[in-house]
Write a protein that binds this ligand. Sequence first.
Ligand code: ADP
Ligand code: ADP
Ligand code: MG
Length: 462
Amino acid sequence: MAIRSLLIANRGEIAVRIVRAAQSLGIRAVQAHSAADAESLAVRMADDSVLIGPPPAAKSYLNIEAIIAAAKEKGVDAIHPGYGFLAENADFAQAVVDAGMIFVGPDAAAIRLLGDKVAARKVAKEAGVPTVPGSDGRVADMDEARALVEEIGFPVMIKAAAGGGGRGIRIVDSFAEFEKQFPQAASEAAAAFGDGGLYIEKVITKARHVEVQILGDGTDVIHCFERECSLQRRRQKVWEEAPAFGLSPDIREKLTASAVALGKQVGYKGAGTVEYLYDGDTHDFYFIEVNTRIQVEHPVTEMITGIDLVAEMIQIAGGAPLSIRQEDVAIHGHAIECRINAEDPAANFMPNPGTVDRLVVPAAEGTRFDTMLYEGYTVPPFYDSLLGKMIVHAPDRASAIARMGEALSKLEIGGIKTTVPLHAALAQNADVRAGRFDTKWLEPWLAGNPLRPETTKAEHAL
Ligand code: ADP
Ligand code: ADP
Ligand code: MG
């Protein structure tokens, strides 16, 4: 069934992005919103909107009953979950289908299987994809865990099977530490994710985070190459690129083929991301997880391939086959995305909601700003602090970094503190420019207080 109307069950910049994609396809966009988001850009842009509850996400964007009721009231054909919130909730995907509508994403069974990070490791192994050395399944108790750790050696990570968003991960490097952390991790995971299941992975030191975008229509699965997301703070991505730099054609072929194999193993439908850790010295890569949804950093892939991933996932959900063949997907140039948050990077990333009294967005060649902001908008304090993403595209990596520096210097967001100065400093940094970083580079660099007013000047002079 072709989709004629779509409810967007999300907020912020991704809601704006989905409204835009729906409208470009001639689909009526209905924005679901909490009471705090009545004045949001997505609500203003959408063809219609519907209130789903009070500000706290638990009562609105995470409220399955309220969202289904709103969708029925508006008579929409389909629901797009965006990322975060209910995007990887199998019960929600099922509830949408049970209510006679289309869920824009994989079916509930695939979400359940791949969303469980332990079950996903098993699927990866079955598809011949290398995984990080670690437990075969959930570790039942301390005895089992101890035996495994003796085998793989410290440091290890204790990870929550249901974790996500950089949460539910602990590094331990001794048995004493392990015995203390393991029970704590279990109770914390139970409280945070409603599932106390844990598994263990060896810590891959000096790893880069490289991930492959896949698209499936239930019959075929293709890849849209890879992204590099190693610049992370608290295991959350800060700056992303496509393609990953320095991959040989042979490694790129192996990496992307493994992601496609994994997708085919489950008959994947929709847009998904297979995440890996990549050792730039040995060229080994290890599967870590699958995200069964659109990702924050999807625009860098769109820029280098020319594919509209959000439109594609909506059309697939409506029953259309993939509109692109694998041989037609190619890498053109280099793209970078900087996540711009309402946080003060000079004050330990303190959240900084408030009213945007001035907004100037550069309109330049190869420059795209995906945002929820408009001049006069008040950023509510209830949700995560992502305001938008500056995305640039250029013929090569060096010119993309230069273009990013230029775009950030022309971007003006007045009235609130944002992470723009952090990104401006990164764009000037010699290690970033040379691609000399891994997932552990950013935090120690930040600990050196690079954004203190006096050093900021010196950095810029370099
Ligand atoms: P991406 O690669 O798209 O950035 P993230 O893991 O950073 O993926 O998650 C995207 C969004 O979803 C973020 O806002 C993150 O906080 C949220 N998120 C992801 N998984 C969970 C989870 N299990 N619980 C709560 N929030 C999550
Ligand atoms: P989430 O579900 O929260 O996104 P991931 O398993 O994708 O969790 O891991 C998030 C980040 O944590 C990775 O990008 C990487 O920086 C780090 N990480 C995860 N597993 C390992 C590992 N085994 N060794 C080293 N770093 C890891
Ligand atoms: Mg991840």
